[in-house]
Design a protein around this ligand. Structure first.
Ligand code: GTP
Ligand code: MG
Length: 111
């Protein structure tokens, strides 16, 4: 779906980007997609929440290691957007209330 994402950029104020924390083989492709989104001019004002989903599944790479592999600290420092991260399990509901709080936070989109 990546090739058509840009048709949804207009008026986008909140961006949720979901990574599969159980599938490290997709990590580099996901990171490339994420960098494309963060560098899009139309999304410069959006606030971004990066979700590490499927944390209920066992994985040979930890979420901390994944964050390091995508150089998340550099992304947070260099991106134009205000970026948050959350570790969730959509299946078990872990972390989902945090995502809802982020979506409802009025201060997030005031800048
Ligand atoms: N265990 C677990 N399963 C989940 C979670 N969230 C979604 N799923 C399941 O994951 C499946 C969908 O994910 P994927 O198979 O990776 O689908 P996709 O990302 O569209 O396709 P790929 O590009 O092949 O990864 C469905 O069967 C969901 O029920 C979660 O947090 N934990
Ligand atoms: Mg998947």
């Amino acid at each position: 779906m990546g090739p058509i994402w840009s048709s949804y950029y207009g008026n986008c104020r909140s961006l949720l980007f979901m990574l599969d924390a159980s599938n490290p083989t997709q990590l580099s492709a996901s990171c490339a997609q994420l960098l494309g989104l963060l560098s899009a001019e139309q999304l410069a004002e959006a606030s971004v929440l990066i979700l590490f989903n499927k944390i209920d599944l066992p994985c040979y790479v930890t979420v901390e290691e994944m964050k390091s592999l995508i150089r998340l600290p550099d992304l947070l420092a260099c991106a134009k957007q205000n970026i948050s991260t959350a570790e969730i399990s959509a299946r078990k509901g872990t972390g989902v209330s945090e995502v809802l709080r982020w979506l409802q936070d009025p201060h997030r989109t005031n800048s």
